[in-house]
Design a protein around this ligand. Structure first.
Ligand code: ATP
Ligand code: MG
Length: 198
């Protein structure tokens, strides 16, 4: 028993030394680009979780949503009250009519707000929710997105969410998490619900 414990302590000590060395080695301070991608649930909620964390520290954050908008969204209701600037593509975005020109115009309109946030050094965190689709559909030029990310203030972090993230965006990002679906309630016929899905 005592021998087990001393082995355990030795192992923990070695682990602590490794972790401490890695913490010591990480000395850079700058904003980062994070991507939450993959087919599993949790991309947008992880982005909003990070916004909550930032504003909880008194930082400023802004959110651009490239798809959702015609329906209510719980995070917006809460976070807007805490000074988080929201721009939702929403109106004018026409999945229904399949009007590509109108979709591009709506996307470009909201992208102008993204550019404003991405050049404001008083904003510590910018969320570009569902941006991956805009690049994949050709509504936004990949080079415009990369240029804006490269030119952003050094202290600013950005979160991009959406499935099928373009390779060049992935190459540029600092942190990428892929949400992998193990199970989803929807597949068992359970309806999307308020407070869980939006
Ligand atoms: P969330 O907003 O819940 O974090 P997400 O951003 O990862 O989800 P999206 O691809 O943006 O997922 O999907 C939007 C909606 O579809 C959300 O209401 C989400 O709950 C739901 N959803 C996400 N993943 C799946 C899945 N694998 N099957 C069915 N529905 C899903
Ligand atoms: Mg999402």
């Amino acid at each position: 028993m005592t021998r087990d414990n001393s082995q355990y302590q030795k192992r923990q000590q070695r682990l602590k030394e490794k972790v401490d060395a890695r913490i010591e080695a990480a000395q850079q301070e700058r904003g980062i680009v994070m991507i939450f991608t993959g087919n599993g649930k949790g991309k947008t909620t992880a982005a909003f979780g990070t916004v909550t964390r930032a504003i909880g520290h008194g930082q400023r954050a802004g959110v651009i949503q490239f798809i959702k908008g015609t329906w209510e969204n719980g995070e917006k209701n809460l976070l807007a009250q805490h000074g988080v600037e929201f721009h939702v593509m929403g109106t004018g975005f026409t999945w229904e009519t399949q009007n590509r020109e109108a979709d591009i115009a709506a996307c470009q309109f909201v992208w102008q707000h993204a550019l404003t946030l991405l050049s404001d050094s008083s904003i510590q965190l910018v969320v570009l929710d569902e941006l991956t689709y805009m690049v994949n559909y050709g509504y936004l030029e990949l080079t415009d997105v990369l240029t804006a990310l490269k030119q952003r203030p050094a202290n600013q972090s950005v979160i991009i969410t959406g499935r099928g993230c373009h390779r060049e965006l992935r190459e540029f990002a600092d942190t990428i998490t892929e949400m992998r679906p193990i199970k989803h309630a929807f597949d068992a016929g359970i309806k999307a619900q308020k407070g869980i899905d939006w």
